[in-house]
Design a protein around this ligand. Structure first.
Ligand code: ADP
Ligand code: ZN
Ligand code: ZN
Length: 727
């Protein structure tokens, strides 16, 4: 039955405009909530999402008609996901259409159908059953036939049974012994799994506590030092979830999703483990999405965007390294995957495990206040001992290319013991500054007003806008020839270490040397178990277990110690602990060397002598006193424009709109931490409140009002709710 003519369909469209759009209905009944439709929009055609049908608010003759209904019957969004995305669009101040589109793999967003997930299942045909006794006993085809005689099997099962199953199957098939049929893939694997280690008392307690949470929404913080066996606890919790017939979602940071990590899950769990990350093709992503949507995939491990996976039969969500900044989307729909996962879990009535050696202060505060179950693992698993931390006072030391004599000696001793060393420096390139010794000129990006990084000996690169230029022959200001690199990046450390230790392999790991998904794994494979050195950026903070790694050096901690961002201390502490945690994971205790000019800095003192938990307590006390998150809630309005007049006009108008609300403070607009980037001027305004709902109420009116400001047309602006980077 078609709708009466005065009825319109209201759709969410993937445009920034924060409203719904009316269209004349297509013939036939109204689709279900969330179904995709194709509609004309300007000169284009867009995929929209059905929200409601109702009387027209505009003159119907002014409306255009829906071109096609793409989903018949059910929508791609489960009721829970639909509700969670509606919440997220409202919370993060994004149009519903954009939030919905972000949640779908690209091909589904563009209107493709949910892919077919059926696979061939092979069984023994009647002729095959009859012939079974005549096959040569013990031959490959005979063993395969026997396996198929027990039950029909899909490819995954066959692969686990015999890696070379295809040849045997073909030979049986040619004789008419095989019957094939397409069905959904098998949910479980018949093969035997790798053994579970005997859990420590702490691990067993954590597993029991998480298992007890399975009947309702609840959050457990698994606060466990590096190497304490958190992954073992996740695996046990997932096994429990699978035993109840439910799905588990595991989120990991981008750099944590190594083939080694995936293999560990795959070898232990009695089901196929599916993976979602940025390196997959659109087709692969849509396929995995379809498996989850149909309940045909039971375990999904993925990075940030996997938080949108359909979970029709949800049982558990695990978020590894919950403090990791990569869970926050930094552009467009700026959601936080951890926070969105918590919202979903609440609706789904399931447990969430947040794991970290260095929990975020937000999460710690929830644990302290009793809202989360706080599970602690303070011992390293399997009897491994924690590393010894040595602070190396650089004052008065002669540095050669950023490395002090005592550190070089320690690296030498480590290599002589047949072990491996890791030198960490979060700066790529040769040197962060190129300085004229005669007049003080330094190479600066003219579009960003920041020093350009020297790469190699001849190239200057701006790490903020990508601008390149050759190194000048002489100083542009005084024509002097004393241009000298200041400070050391990973390239310079690599050179210095190579000349100090020419006899061992040296591997540099940073964005230049490590591109592509498994490049990091290949580096580690190349190093193997022989003595050698790794030098690199935070790409080294996670990844493969390196059993021979016994020394970790942090070339300089000083830059992080004095920053304007109130989160800088927390971030530095997390990074130091994560990098340090790589040392001595196996049977030998590790050593961690910190080079600094500020050995007495309170952050280092607390962290080194008393550990992350004490550091975090002190930091929380400071945040409470200053009224910073987690004791207040923030939203940041960012804007940029080529000219200061348009930027100032917009920021002033925005401030006027945001001012004067009870319980929400609109700070005066100010230049961004980098006031100019890529030639554009940048400003920001911070909104702050002790009361989250009050802040949300202001944002709800502010967001559409900003879009209507005439001043907004000459700037690029965005709102970031719960920003984690204030620069
Ligand atoms: P985390 O995730 O906390 O850093 P992992 O789960 O990776 O720690 O465990 C560190 C190492 O200890 C791994 O090699 C793991 O196989 C091993 N391990 C974990 N639990 C145990 C245990 N109960 N007994 C022996 N070895 C264990
Ligand atoms: Zn000069
Ligand atoms: Zn630049």
């Amino acid at each position: 039955m078609s709708e009466p003519a005065s009825t319109v369909w209201r759709l969410a469209l993937p445009t920034p405009l924060p409203r719904l759009f009316d269209y004349l209905p297509a013939p036939g009944p109204a689709p279900a909530l969330g179904c995709r439709l194709r509609v004309p929009f300007g000169k284009r055609s867009l995929i929209g999402y059905f929200v409601s049908a109702g009387p027209a608010s505009t003159e119907p003759h002014a409306l255009r008609a829906v071109e096609a209904v793409l989903d018949h019957g059910t929508s791609l969004f489960t009721p829970e996901l639909w509700a969670s995305l509606n919440w997220a669009a409202g919370y993060y101040q994004r149009s519903l259409g954009e939030a919905l589109a972000t949640a779908l793999p690209v091909s589904l967003r563009q209107g493709d159908a949910l892919p077919d997930t059926q696979v061939p299942w092979y069984a023994l045909s009647e002729a095959g059953h009859t012939a079974l006794a005549r096959l040569r006993a013990g031959s490959r085809p005979q063993r395969l036939a026997q396996f198929l005689a027990e039950a029909a099997r899909d490819e995954t099962a066959l692969l686990h049974f015999d890696a070379q199953w295809r040849g045997s199957l073909r030979s049986l098939d040619q004789r008419g012994f095989i019957a094939t049929e397409r069905r959904p893939p098998a949910l479980t694997l018949a093969a035997t799994r790798s053994a579970t280690p005997t859990r420590s008392h702490e691990q067993a307690t954590a597993v029991a506590a998480i298992t007890a949470m399975h009947t309702d929404f609840g959050v457990a913080l698994l606060d466990g030092i590096t190497g304490s066996g958190k992954t073992e606890v996740y695996l046990a919790a997932i096994e429990g979830c699978l035993a109840r017939g439910q799905q588990a979602l595991v989120l990991v940071p981008e750099i944590g999703l190594t083939p080694q990590a995936i293999r560990r899950y795959g070898e232990r769990l009695p089901v196929p483990v599916h993976v979602l990350h940025s390196g997959l093709s659109d087709g692969e992503r849509a396929h995995t999405h379809a498996l989850m949507a149909r309940g045909e995939a039971r375990v999904l491990i993925g990075t940030r965007s996997a938080v949108f996976a359909p979970l029709p039969n949800a049982g558990l969500i695990v978020i590894d390294e919950e403090h990791d900044a990569s869970y926050k989307q930094h552009e467009g729909f700026r959601y936080h995957a951890r926070d969105l996962a918590l919202v979903r879990a609440h609706r789904l009535g399931i447990a969430v495990v947040l794991g970290s050696a260095t929990p975020s202060l937000e999460t710690l505060q929830h644990a302290r206040s009793g809202r989360y179950v706080w599970l602690k693992l303070r011992e390293r698993a399997g009897g491994a001992r924690p590393p010894q931390v040595l602070v190396l006072d650089l004052r008065g030391q002669r540095l050669k290319d950023g490395l002090s004599r005592p550190l070089l000696d320690a690296i030498g001793a480590c290599l002589a013991r047949g072990e491996q060393a890791l030198v960490f420096r979060n700066r790529r390139g040769f040197a962060p500054v190129l300085l004229c010794h005669d007049c003080g000129w330094h190479a600066q990006c003219t579009r960003c007003d920041r020093p350009m990084t020297l790469h190699g000996r001849a190239r200057l690169l701006c790490h903020h806008c990508g601008r390149r230029r050759p190194v000048p022959m002489a100083c542009p200001d005084c024509a002097g020839l004393a241009l000298t690199p200041q400070g050391a990046g990973t390239e310079r450390l690599e050179q210095a270490l190579a000349s100090a230790f020419p006899e061992v392999p040296l591997i540099r790991v940073d964005r230049e040397t490590t591109r592509g998904r498994d490049a990091l794994g290949q580096h580690f494979d190349r190093l193997g178990d022989q003595p050698g050195i790794l030098v690199g950026t935070q790409m080294l903070a996670k990844g493969h277990d390196l059993p021979k790694l016994s020394l970790v050096a942090i070339a300089s901690v000083d830059e992080g110690l004095f920053s304007a961002d109130f989160r800088a201390g927390e971030r530095l502490a997390q990074l130091l602990i994560q990098v340090a945690g790589r040392a001595g994971r196996a049977d030998r205790p590790g050593e961690v060397w910190l080079q600094t000019h500020h050995p007495e800095h309170p952050l280092l003192q607390t962290l080194v002598t008393r550990g992350y938990p004490v550091f975090a307590e002190a930091e929380l006390a400071e945040r409470a006193a200053a009224g910073f998150p987690p004791f207040s809630h923030l939203a940041l309005l960012r804007a940029e424009a080529p000219h200061s007049e348009s930027l100032d006009a917009f920021m002033q108008a925005a401030h006027a709109l945001a001012e004067g609300h009870d319980a929400v403070q609109a700070h005066p607009p100010m230049p961004a931490h980098m006031p100019r980037r890529a030639g554009r001027l940048r400003a920001q305004m911070l909104l702050e409140s002790r009361h989250r709902p009050a802040l949300q109420a202001v944002l709800r009116t502010l967001f559409p009002a900003l879009g209507e400001l005439p001043e907004s047309r000459r700037v690029r602006w965005s709102l970031d709710v719960d920003p984690i980077d204030l620069s």
